[in-house]
Design a protein around this ligand. Structure first.
Ligand code: TUI
Length: 317
């Protein structure tokens, strides 16, 4: 498989991004992925700037290869995280964004020579992003874990590819080389994977989180927060079921108030990632969880996915 000029310009060996998962994707995981030839991405999530800064320094101490930071735009710290990334412009090659419109930050990143690659879930946002001058977009389908849009990867990616002339990276539902090859057939120049890296040897999530992904089946995920306004795909458990029950009850009221529902969700990702609390934690994971069968070093995941995709794209089976 020939790398596109854009992927070459990022200095990658494999056109594979590791999703910037909140609470999960730290400097160590990002460095492991970047060292192996993919693009490692630190997930800022809801963390304050100093925490993100620390992870940037850790990644920098572990790799000389390019890595990125994901800015989660719903975070109360988004603004200060942006400033921290700008202050580390000699270290951070790429910024991806999630859960919002990063339009107001694009100029600053570009001036700092940081490539900006927003995650989009619709053609409209992809078009708007191209207009403000971003370098590429990640088109993410609702097969993904965590916060999701409404379209599937299969439908979204080719429509975004047709709508913009900047490079498109596909995400959502990609867990192996077959998914990667399919994404290329849809016009993507690269893929982003999150769930598969949850079980990477270098990934810090609690062993219970890894176990939950490894034992998941095709139907093991569900979407919470659809009514409350921030749909998130998670592994089914007591917490997820309670959340949906509460928000449905609220939605049936004449004047729904989702404050209590949101409170139930507060800290639940942290409880999953750090404490491995299977009862009250939110185990964000994508629909491909059922395909994730073993823990592996990040380098092995990259090589396996790329080699399989390369064979398929060359017509070998
Ligand atoms: O952002 C993600 N995935 C995430 S963020 C996250 S942390 C979180 N936890 C609980 C609630 C909310 C966030 C966990 N997983 N993926 C990228 C993504 N972005 N998916 C969907 C979107 C998106 C949604 C709406 C992008 C833009 C948007 O609106 C844009 C606008 O016009 O305002």
């Amino acid at each position: 498989m020939e790398l596109s000029p854009f992927m070459k310009s990022l200095g990658l060996k494999y056109p594979i991004f590791q999703g910037g998962m909140a609470w999960v994707a730290d400097g160590k995981l990002a460095a492991a992925v970047s060292n192996a030839g993919g693009l490692g991405i630190i997930g800022a999530g809801n963390a304050p700037a100093e925490v993100v800064d620390k992870e940037i320094q850790i990644a920098k101490s572990l790799t000389d290869r390019p890595f990125g930071v994901n800015v989660m735009l719903l975070s109360p710290y988004a603004e200060e995280v942006v400033q921290t990334v700008l202050a580390n412009k000699d270290k951070v090659a790429v910024v991806t964004t999630g859960a919002g419109n990063p339009g107001k930050y694009v100029d600053e990143f570009k001036k700092a020579n940081i490539k900006v690659i927003p995650v989009v879930g619709s053609v409209a946002l992809a078009r708007m992003m191209e207009r403000v001058g971003v370098d590429a977009v990640v088109a993410e389908g609702m097969e993904s874990g965590g916060h999701i849009g409404k379209l599937t990867t299969m439908a979204l990616v080719p429509q975004v590819v047709d709508a913009v002339s900047i490079p498109v990276i596909a995400a959502g539902g990609i867990g192996d080389g077959r998914g990667m090859a399919a994404a290329f057939m849809l016009g993507a120049q690269g893929v982003q994977m999150g769930t598969r890296f949850l079980v990477a040897a270098e990934c810090k999530v609690h062993p219970n989180y890894k176990k939950a992904v490894l034992k998941a089946k095709d139907v093991s995920t569900m979407v919470t927060g659809d009514f409350a306004g921030h749909p998130s795909r998670v592994l089914k458990n007591k917490m997820a079921q309670k959340f949906v029950k509460l928000e449905k009850a609220e939605a049936a009221k004449e004047h729904p108030d989702y404050t209590q529902v949101e409170e139930l969700g507060n800290g639940s990702l942290q409880r999953a990632v750090i404490d491995g609390d299977t009862e009250t934690g939110s185990f964000m994971a994508g629909e491909i969880s059922g395909m994730v069968k073993k823990q592996q070093p990040a380098a092995e995941i990259l090589l396996e996915v790329y080699t399989q995709a390369d064979k398929l794209l060359n017509g070998e089976h």
